[in-house]
Structure formats: C-alpha cells, structure tokens
Design a binder for this molecule. Structure first.
Ligand code: HEM
Length: 183
C-alpha cells in the first residue's frame, strides 16, 4: 500500500484523537517498516492492518468501525488535495462512476506500484447506482467509509448505501454497494 495511505491514517489519528493516543498506537504497532513513511513509498499491507488493529484496540472500537471512520476522513482529505476530481461533477453519482476509469487511472499514472481496487458499476434505474468492489485486499469496509465520505462531500444530493455480503463470481470476491439517490 502506498505511503500516502499510511500518512493519512497517522494524520487522522493525530487530528481526531491527539498526539498522546497517536504515540500509544504507534508504540503498540509492531511494524516491518522502521523508517518514517513517505508519500510515494510502497509498504507492506500488513503494516497498515497492524496500525488499524492497534488503533481499534486503543480506541476500543471494532476494526470495521476504524476502517469506516478512516474512509470518511480519507475522502475529506482528498478533496482539497485533488479538487480536480471533484469539481468536474455536481452529482455524487457521476463522481463515483469516474472512480475506476478516471480517478484511480490517474493515480496509477502518478504513482508507481499501485494495487488499486476495481469498482465496476451499473445503473438499474435513474436513481440507483450499483458499485461492485473487488480487491485482493478485501477492504470493503474502507470502501464503505469512503462512500460515507462522498455522501458528506455531496450533501446537496443525499443517498442511501446498502452493502451486500461478500460473494464469489468467477473465482473472485466482490461486495456490491447499492446507492439510491433522492434526486
Ligand atoms: C478522490 C480521489 C482519490 C484518490 C486520489 C485515490 C487514491 C488512492 C490511492 C493512492 C490508493 C492506494 C493504492 C495502493 O496503495 O496501491 C487508493 C486505494 C483505495 N481507494 Fe482510492 N482514491 C480516490 C478516491 C476513491 C473513491 C471515491 C473510492 C471509493 C468509491 C476509493 C476507493 C479506494 C479503496 C477501497 C482503496 C483501498 C485499496 C483496496 O481496496 O485494494 N478511492 N486510492
């Protein structure tokens, strides 16, 4: 996983819970990485999971809730850093339809060694968007948190989010998010 994600997890903990909690979590985390994370670096996924598990332990919340909370923070942090991805779209449906083909495609061009998830989409009707998440990392709770964050960024077009159980298709695991928009 890219250093950017590690640094944002650390920023999230510091900004939300303060330095003392941050150092407690980092002290407890047994990381393979010894040097400070840098944005373009690539680090073991296990280190990210270790930090999230230890954060959940210290904060006395579940790992799923920790991933949900970080997901929402992530998208809030992306907006000022990459306004170009958001400004193009007035509606969250159009923004989300661009994740695979535009946003993560650009990320792939900007950064080496990425392993980005896939979000296939279809629209069963005008107000509904189904996003099918697949990643070997199985971080669907993070994806759900990111979608909550998108709802926060696009408050003028509220939508509900329904998450399916993980299911298998063609030997791969997917999780479907069904989003229903009010307008
Ligand atoms: C808005 C700008 C966005 C940027 C700049 C961005 C960038 C990134 C980057 C750099 C990674 C790490 C990839 C790696 O380490 O190999 C990542 C992972 C991820 N992104 Fe995005 N992303 C954006 C929006 C979104 C949105 C809107 C969604 C969901 C709909 C999303 C879902 C995810 C998920 C779930 C992961 C975790 C990796 C995985 O599941 O395998 N991202 N993104």
């Amino acid at each position: 996983m890219k250093g950017m994600i590690f640094i944002l997890v650390q920023d999230f903990i510091k900004e939300t819970f303060g330095d003392e909690i941050y150092y407690e979590i980092m002290d407890r985390s047994k990381l393979q990485t010894k040097d400070p994370f840098v944005y373009p670096g690539t680090y073991p996924d296990e280190d990210l999971i270790e930090m999230v598990v230890k954060a959940a332990e210290v904060l006395k919340i579940s790992v799923d809730d920790a991933l949900l909370a970080f997901g929402a923070y992530f998208i809030g942090a992306m907006h000022p850093r990459h306004p170009e991805f958001f400004d193009k779209f007035d509606h969250p449906k159009d923004f989300l339809k661009s994740v695979d083909g535009v946003i993560h495609m650009e990320v792939r061009k900007l950064m080496k060694d990425t392993l980005l998830p896939s979000f296939k989409h279809h629209e069963p009707n005008e107000n509904t968007l189904v996003l099918s998440y697949h990643s070997e990392r199985k971080l669907h709770m993070l994806a759900h948190g990111i979608l909550n964050g998108v709802a926060e960024q696009y408050k003028q077009h509220p939508f509900t989010i329904d998450r399916s159980k993980p299911y298998e298709k063609d030997g791969k695991e997917f999780v479907d998010f069904t989003l229903v928009f009010e307008s």
